[in-house]
Design a protein around this ligand. Structure first.
Ligand code: AOF
Ligand code: ZN
Length: 338
């Protein structure tokens, strides 16, 4: 299963909308017959990839898969049937399929007389597809809220200027994280005021391919000339102020990981709705003393009411070039409130 997990995490597989899945076929003495993995939506599932390589030798084999074999005809056919037809004797999988459309493979296999065992290294398998699993379980995308602040918690100066709080190294790091998401989300106000491009660019400032979807949330009309409407990536308008409605709309568009880069109002709305799943913040060694907070009013009047988060990672980002600052990236997750 560890080998199957490593195959699932093979580099070069595009993020979403499909999970990463790995499969190893073993003979009755535990020797590897074939290995397979899924290479993105529309390509063969991991099980089928391995079965194709094994050919007739799959008869009587054990299939070790990181995800419960699917039982549906989607972009490709059901893996449960493919395993039965190949005469596989035993299937061991890690994660139960949380996708209601595809689930049921374990039962189909058992009904056909195949020995089935689930739950082996399940936590590891869920971690390989953290956002996909979350989205399937919750019916909405996973939300990473990212912001940059000064040492005194300001994201913009008193006059509204905010270029640049974070260092060049931090900005490049942000692009790396954007590339791991499938959607960039901001409010109409950010488009109005900052006119961001919202694309993922590399060190040479060239856009990478594929680009995440750019989503603009809010009711305000915006001029077509805004950069977010250019043709460097796809853009959708979400004509709502309700964070959950926006996320459900994105889920319907097969989106599983939202990178929330909006201003303080949008951040506060998501936080208050309990719709922030991860926080990434860049801390710059700079003081402003006045100016805009990263997040708007959360309705917290006293210290006992403070929102608490747990730190999951702290990374020092060294200067990229002379004159650049050292920044600190802190990754956190909200603590469950009582
Ligand atoms: C994958 N790769 O190796 C396995 C998957 O409609 P499709 O063909 O794109 O199927 C996607 C669903 O199939 C996916 O959400 C998951 O539930 C199931 N298993 N998917 O993309 C694989 N084994
Ligand atoms: Zn399948």
């Amino acid at each position: 299963m560890r080998r199957a997990l490593a195959l699932a995490a093979s580099p070069g597989v595009p993020t979403g909308p499909n999970p990463r899945v790995g499969c190893v076929l073993l003979d009755d003495r535990g020797r590897t017959l074939a290995e397979g993995w899924h290479r993105g939506a529309g390509s063969p599932h991991a099980e089928v990839d391995a079965l194709r390589q094994a050919g007739d030798t799959a008869r009587g084999a054990t299939a070790v898969v990181t995800l419960e074999p699917c039982d549906h005809t989607g972009r490709t056919g059901p893996c449960s049937r493919a395993l039965v037809e190949a005469d596989v004797r035993r299937v061991v999988y890690a994660q139960r399929d949380p996708n209601p459309v595809a689930a049921g493979g374990a039962a189909t296999l058992r009904d056909a007389g195949v020995e089935v065992e689930g739950g082996l290294l399940e936590d590891e398998a869920r971690a390989v597809n953290r956002e996909w699993t979350f989205a399937m379980d919750h019916g909405r995308p996973f939300v990473t809220w990212k912001f940059a602040t000064t040492l005194d918690g300001r994201s913009a100066a008193a006059d509204g200027t905010s270029r640049w709080v974070s260092s060049r190294a931090a900005r490049l790091d942000t692009h790396r994280l954007r590339a791991l998401c499938d959607t960039m989300l901001v409010g109409t106000n950010t488009i109005d005021v900052d006119d961001p491009l919202l694309t993922v660019r590399g060190a040479d400032d060239q856009p990478l391919i594929p680009q995440p979807l750019r989503a603009v949330m809010g009711l305000r009309d915006l001029p077509d000339a805004k950069r977010v409407f250019d043709d460097s990536a796809e853009t959708v308008r979400l004509r709502t102020r309700d964070p959950l409605v926006a996320l459900k709309e994105l889920f319907a568009l097969d989106r599983q990981h939202v990178f929330l880069e909006g201003g303080p109002t949008l951040a506060a709305a998501f936080w208050k709705a309990g719709l922030v799943d991860e926080v990434v913040t860049y801390l710059a060694p700079m003081l402003l003393g006045a100016g805009r907070n990263a997040v708007g009013d959360l309705g917290i009047g006293t210290i006992a009411g403070a929102a608490h988060l747990a730190v999951t990672d702290v990374t020092v980002l060294d200067p990229h070039e002379p004159g650049d600052d050292t920044n600190v990236r802190i990754t956190l997750e909200p603590k469950e409130t009582t």
